[in-house]
Design a protein around this ligand. Sequence first.
Ligand SMILES: [Zn+2]
Length: 98
Amino acid sequence: MNRISYYANRAAISAFQAGASIRTAALAAGISQGTAEKIRKYLVEVGDLPILCRCTQPLGHRGWCKYRLRQSPKRKAVLKQMHERQRNKSNDQSIPLR
Ligand SMILES: [Zn+2]
């Protein structure tokens, strides 16, 4: 039987208790998502998990998560691009064309 180390287990548990997703906890602990899922299932059975997601919806909810969306690097890039475009637009209007 394969077993994960004590430290990987602790890392996964503390990540889950901080409100991390299965994917994030697996990355933080260096374990597979399947193993992280088992640890999370155990924590739910024991009742040792926060009840709410960081976006204030129930933990493990489906659909859009405002918190995760805010963390998304792709979304940040899109917003940055949008703001730059708007800034350039307003700059163009202030300089009269000849
Ligand atoms: Zn959420």
